[in-house]
Design a protein around this ligand. Structure first.
Ligand code: TYM
Length: 391
């Protein structure tokens, strides 16, 4: 990995964010947030974690709800173990927590990076295609992919296919530009801070790849020092994703799909009550057979539950397989539900306490944003000088 040319910190920097769009699920936790806390506590990194409010505008939202969602997510971060005191002076084992929209440099850099990004690259992004409801040619020929449109269309295969293509065009037409451009803003979020590492679930890997491509492109296109004192060499680091053992937690209802808030019934939310957790785990799908065995190919549902258990209880899967050898799915599920409920008991209480003081949470965000903003300002000035928009 190339060294960061302008970094003067002793610790490598890491950056990640989450959209304030509602309740966090166990996929967000096991794929990202748990790792945020572990990485912070390792003391090895300068950590920046933010509330990706600008990203969250790409989905339908109610402006009245947004402030609450921002404060709730900040409370989630802290209740789960992020320590925001770094906002008052950098030190390891602490993180800077900030609000994306309070730092204009994110939007400014995104615009500049837009001018280096081919539309073709963005239109192949899986997350954009999923969210906009766009299928590729191969998917159009698969009836199981037609979902709701199928019921609306005539039944003959050929007619449906050609009509599906028309529906796709409509989906593409109406998808908002923000959804399309989302990965470029994400690249800006990361590159502004000289992040070497980005802890995320593996659904973000394509975006990270684009971030690296844009960093390389910018560095190659604008390499030279324009005049003495302006800082030459590479402007951006090429960041790498950091994954947990559970980079893709699967749906409780359909273990072939990723757990996603777009299907709330498939999610375990972190603030679900113990009774809700019991009920959801009880009705989670299981596989044929009765063995509690990790076999993602043939026993996807149980393997997903075993992974959740193993990560929360910090026990190797092989140990769990032994412990549950000869036991029923029902016994396994009862214990798993208890493990989940206990794991988040402290979090549920802390979150409530924090939310009782919304002004304190807002002050934490503001002070973190000031600190992050200073770093981001330096980088955007460097960028502007490099591309010559300075007088
Ligand atoms: P968001 O808010 O959709 O998701 C937050 C984090 O949760 C991870 N995640 C999962 N991990 C494992 N299994 C799942 N089922 C699962 N579902 C979600 C996501 O991978 C993510 O890490 N684009 C980002 C937000 C963002 C960002 C950034 C992240 C904006 N700018 C810069 C890092 C760096 C996102 O989709 O978050």
């Amino acid at each position: 990995m190339s060294a960061h040319p302008t970094s003067n910190t002793q610790h490598p920097t890491l950056v990640s964010g989450i959209q304030p769009t509602g309740r966090l699920h166990i996929g967000n936790y096991l794929g990202a947030l748990k790792n945020f806390v572990d990485l912070q506590n390792s003391g090895k990194y300068e950590c920046y974690f933010f509330i990706a409010d600008l990203h969250s505008l790409t989905e339908e939202f109610d402006p009245k709800e947004k402030p609450k969602q921002i404060l709730e997510l900040t409370a989630d971060y802290i209740a789960l173990g992020l320590n925001p005191s770094a906002s008052l002076g950098a030190s390891p084992k602490k993180s800077t927590i900030f609000l994306q929209s309070l730092i204009p440099a994110h939007s400014e850099l995104a615009w500049i990076l837009n001018t280096l990004t081919p539309m073709g690259e963005l239109s192949r992004m899986t997350q954009f295609r999923d969210k906009a409801g766009i299928l590729n040619e191969e998917e159009i020929s698969k009836p199981e992919k037609w979902d709701k449109e199928r019921e609306l269309l005539p039944k003959t295969h050929q007619v449906v296919q050609s009509q599906m293509k028309a529906v796709q065009k409509i989906h593409t037409y109406w998808a908002n530009v923000g959804l399309f451009d989302y990965p470029v803003l994400m690249a800006a979020d990361i590159l502004l801070y000289g992040a070497q590492f980005v802890p995320v679930g593996n659904d973000q890997d394509q975006h990270l790849e684009l971030t690296r491509t844009l960093a390389r492109k910018f560095n190659a296109k604008f390499p030279a020092r324009r005049s003495p004192g302006e800082g030459g060499g590479k402007t951006f680091m090429e960041p790498k994703p950091l994954h947990t053992e559970t980079p893709r937690v699967m749906s409780l209802k359909n273990p072939g799909n990723k757990m996603s808030k777009s299907d709330p019934a498939s999610c375990l939310f972190l603030d679900d009550s113990p009774t809700e957790i019991q009920a959801k785990i009880k009705t989670a799908v299981t596989d044929s057979g009765s063995e509690i065995k990790y076999d993602p190919k043939n026993k996807a549902a149980v393997s997903n539950l075993l992974k959740i258990y193993s990560s929360l209880a910090d026990k190797p899967i092989e140990k769990l397989e032994k412990e549950f050898s000869g036991k029923t799915y029902s016994e396994f599920k009862t214990e798993l539900a208890e493990v989940i409920a206990n794991h988040f008991a402290d979090y549920r209480t802390k979150k409530k306490t924090l939310l009782a003081k919304p002004h304190t949470i807002a002050a934490i965000l503001k002070s973190g944003s000031q600190k992050a903003g200073t770093k981001a300002e330096k980088k955007i000035s460097e960028v502007k000088k490099k591309i010559g928009i300075t007088i």
